[in-house]
Design a binder for this molecule. Sequence first.
Ligand SMILES: CC(=O)N[C@H]1[C@@H](OP(=O)(O)OP(=O)(O)OC[C@H]2O[C@@H](n3ccc(=O)[nH]c3=O)[C@H](O)[C@@H]2O)O[C@H](CO)[C@@H](O)[C@@H]1O
Ligand SMILES: C=C(OP(=O)(O)O)C(=O)O
Length: 434
Amino acid sequence: MEKIIVRGGKRLSGTVKVEGAKNAVLPVIAASLLASEGKSIIRDVPTLSDVYTIGEVLRHLNAGVEFLDKTIIVDASEDLNVEAPFEYVRKMRASVLVMGSLLARQGRARVALPGGCAIGSRPIDLHLKGFEAMGAKVKVENGFVEASADKLRGAKIYLDFPSVGATQNIMMAAVLAEGSTVIENCAKEPEIVDLANYLNSMGAYVRGAGTGTIRIEGVEKLYGADHTIIPDRIEAGTFMVAAAITGGNVLVQGAVPEHLSSVIAKLEEMNVTVIEEANGLRVIGPNRLKAVDIKTMPHPGFPTDMQSQMMALLVCAEGTSIITETVFENRYMHAEEFRRMNSDIKIEGRSVIINGPSQLQGAEVAATDLRAGAALIIAGLRADGYTRVTELKHLDRGYLDFHLKLRSLGADIERVKDLSDTPSVKSEVIETKS
Ligand SMILES: CC(=O)N[C@H]1[C@@H](OP(=O)(O)OP(=O)(O)OC[C@H]2O[C@@H](n3ccc(=O)[nH]c3=O)[C@H](O)[C@@H]2O)O[C@H](CO)[C@@H](O)[C@@H]1O
Ligand SMILES: C=C(OP(=O)(O)O)C(=O)O
């Protein structure tokens, strides 16, 4: 079993560069299946386990996928297979994002139903309602959801909730449909805008991405295109919190202020200094952090993917803070792990009440999901003694070289393979850059 071991107490300083966004690259790779002619070149790709998983899904669907450092080249010009089996969907729910492209390209898609996960039940009913509105027949059988349509027709689709995945899947289905599609109450996340830009560069007609209404005119055919992925706002936000919790001074290179306005506002309310520089955001942590309330919301509200990292910071803040999670019903599994580190956190329904400041203490804790993994490591940066974080497979879905980046900022941190089952060897340090 691998662990990250952090010894708290170091102030972070220096510069850290963020990768391309995981949540932008996954839908873009799914959309590359729409190009029946020409190859897509996708740049600034973070080489995370999720990205390799979606690469495997595409290969299984008969697309050519080549990884060249941080670039992926996709050739989807051959006829595609239409089935994404459970072995992929189990590893990564975002595999369901191939449905829209397959339905548009091949008239059929069969994808294993994703299960729930540690953050909530995560149904896909809104994706399917969108496909049905466009004339697809949808059935759920034997653990698979199958959608088929001779020809998708444009439709007016109102989403009951601005789901990121449903908006993306419907966009991908609509770009090759006959006529106009309007998606109302759609998601406005920067990753939606990135997908729209990529689709437009393939020859699609998508307007309004980033607002609450997207309009799409279907076209006959799409072509491979060259696209650079936007910087990862959640990775950026994670390093901003890491700088703040240690009272450090860090330039987060590549952070886009407009993508992070709610996170910046909350950090400033907590007395953290955030300065816009030409190539990123400088974050300077205060001596005393102030308690604040946070409510997670769809963009431009406070992102649920930053909730656990902020929890680490609020534990160290003076006063009572309340976090209310409105996006996922069960995204507090990490609260229990924070309690093991001596924090005063009470869960009450969809809210948590944090009484701070607590002096965090090092402990052995488990990452319950990818953001929880990062949050526990961040808490370890401030804790007395050693914090050992396990279940790193979650962290690896979303963060590249996390411990190496933190170490380059001065953290006392290492990643080890625990060999406690092997007589006479306790642990082995892992230093390889992925
Ligand atoms: C790969 C990726 O980009 N993942 C992000 C994406 O996930 P994802 O696209 O899965 O998140 P959604 O926006 O779809 O989900 C938000 C809420 O809507 C509900 N819902 C969603 C679809 C549906 O058909 N029915 C339904 O009820 C979900 O259960 C959840 O409560 O957006 C989330 C919300 O910002 C982020 O936390 C994830 O990091
Ligand atoms: C929840 C997340 O991702 P996913 O939707 O891929 O599980 C995340 O990035 O925090």
